[in-house]
Structure formats: structure tokens, C-alpha cells
Design a protein around this ligand. Structure first.
Ligand SMILES: [Ca+2]
Ligand SMILES: [Ca+2]
Length: 241
């Protein structure tokens, strides 16, 4: 064997060994196999363990999962947009969303003295979708009686812990589903997969301007496939309350 050929064989062998090592250290998730722990016994999640979330709000939202902020609408309030994020799921998964119509806090009117509507839709790739199974509560309503000539609003403080896992929403009513032609979403909505998700809001799509949605997703028997424990706390994040 020539020196050149021998070198090629050695290089090829090293490449194959590296590829085999990479394959062995990869951490499958969606195939159901438990990933391998590293030398310290820590099992690290990979992108295969994540799911994709897509949200569209008329006009703005912030979302917490299991008490942590995970997505905020980066555009307030126009143009209407879809926010898509990667999420590492932990079940049971408590989703809490604060959504706002673009309403003047003092008058409840949108774009001058008009009455504008809201709307929110969400889909995760694990099948989680918005529906009337979600809880919903309004915290800002107006203009009362649709009186745009003499507009008045009704406003309640959003509870400090509205996003917490253990927040008691048992006395909240269920969200109301609205047909798509009532919402009339803009082009970004049609560029994403929202199949089977419903447009939701509280009882008055026009006059309820600030609302909170809550929903718990259970996966009986689900166990975390990783042992990393992020220490992120939502309590000190400014500007989200
Ligand atoms: Ca409104
Ligand atoms: Ca609006």
C-alpha cells in the first residue's frame, strides 16, 4: 500500500470513528429512547426533546409556561404577526397567557374612537391547541355600552401571580371560541400551521380588551428524559407585569 493510500485509510478510519462516537453520544428524544447520561451523570436534552409553538394575538400577548416567561409578542400592536418558539416541555404543563387588544387604557377605543376586536390562537407541535377548554378572564373592558362619544372603562388589577402553576382559576369561566371570519387574521397566520386550534377570547370580543387565559396540559405517565434543572425564576423579570 502506498503512503498516500495508507494515509487515506487512516483518515477515513478516524472519520468513521468520530461519526460513530457522535452517533453514540447523540440523545434521541422523539423516538422514545432515554438519552445517555454524560460522565457526570447528567442527561442533557437536545432539540429532539423540544416542541414548536406558534401564537398569534390581536394585538399582543405574553406567555408563561409552568411559571416561567417563554414568549412575548415582539411587536405591539401592528402589524399582526405570528410568534414561533422552541419549547422544552415539562408535563403537567400550565400555560398562562396575558393578551391585549390595542385599546386605549382610558377609553377602551382602538385607533382613535373606533371599537376594535381582540383574538388569540395557539398551537404546539405536541397537539396542544387553544379551545373553549381554556379558562379566561377579562381585566379591562370598554368603552362600556359601546359608548364611543362618552367612553368609560371598567378595569380590574391583574393578580400578581396570574401565571403561577398553583394560581386558583377554578371560578373563572371558559374561553369563548370565535370563527375565523370573525377574527379575519392577516397573512402571517396562513403561513403557519394552526390546524385544529380555535380562536379564543372572553365573552365580548370587541369590548374585553385585556384578558388572561390559563390551561393545563396533562400527559399521564410522562417522565422527564433529562436531569438538568434550570434555575430561571420569573419573579425578577421586569416589564412583564
Ligand atoms: Ca376592543
Ligand atoms: Ca385589535
Amino acid at each position: 500500500m502506498s503512503h498516500r493510500k495508507r494515509t487515506l485509510v487512516i483518515v477515513s478510519g478516524v472519520c468513521l470513528a468520530l461519526l460513530a462516537g457522535a452517533a453514540l453520544s447523540s440523545q434521541p428524544g422523539r423516538d422514545g429512547k432515554r438519552p445517555r447520561p454524560d460522565q457526570r451523570g447528567i442527561v442533557k436534552p437536545t432539540m429532539a426533546d423540544t416542541l414548536r409553538g406558534a401564537m398569534y394575538a390581536d394585538n399582543w400577548f405574553v406567555m408563561y409556561i409552568n411559571g416561567k416567561p417563554v414568549a412575548v409578542d415582539s411587536i405591539d400592536f401592528l402589524p399582526h404577526n405570528v410568534v414561533a418558539v422552541d419549547l422544552l416541555p415539562e408535563y403537567p404543563m400550565t400555560i398562562a397567557v396575558l393578551a391585549k387588544d390595542n385599546a386605549d387604557p382610558a377609553t377602551g377605543c382602538e385607533y382613535g374612537n373606533q371599537i376594535g376586536d381582540g383574538g388569540f390562537i395557539l398551537k404546539f407541535s405536541d397537539g396542544t391547541v387553544t379551545s373553549a377548554a381554556w379558562k379566561a378572564k377579562c381585566f379591562h373592558h370598554g368603552p362600556i355600552d359601546r359608548d364611543t362619544a362618552n367612553p368609560k372603562v371598567r378595569s380590574d388589577a391583574v393578580p400578581d401571580n396570574w401565571f403561577a402553576v398553583n394560581f386558583d382559576d377554578r371560578d373563572w369561566t371558559n374561553a369563548v371560541e370565535y370563527p375565523q371570519d370573525r377574527i379575519q387574521p392577516k397573512e402571517p397566520f396562513f403561513q403557519h400551521d394552526f390546524k385544529d386550534a380555535k380562536w379564543i377570547w372572553t365573552g365580548d370580543l370587541d369590548l374585553d380588551n385585556t384578558v388572561v387565559f390559563r390551561h393545563r396540559v396533562d400527559r399521564p405517565g410522562w417522565k422527564p428524559k433529562w436531569t438538568t434543572t434550570p434555575g430561571l425564576s420569573a419573579t425578577d423579570v421586569p416589564g412583564l407585569r
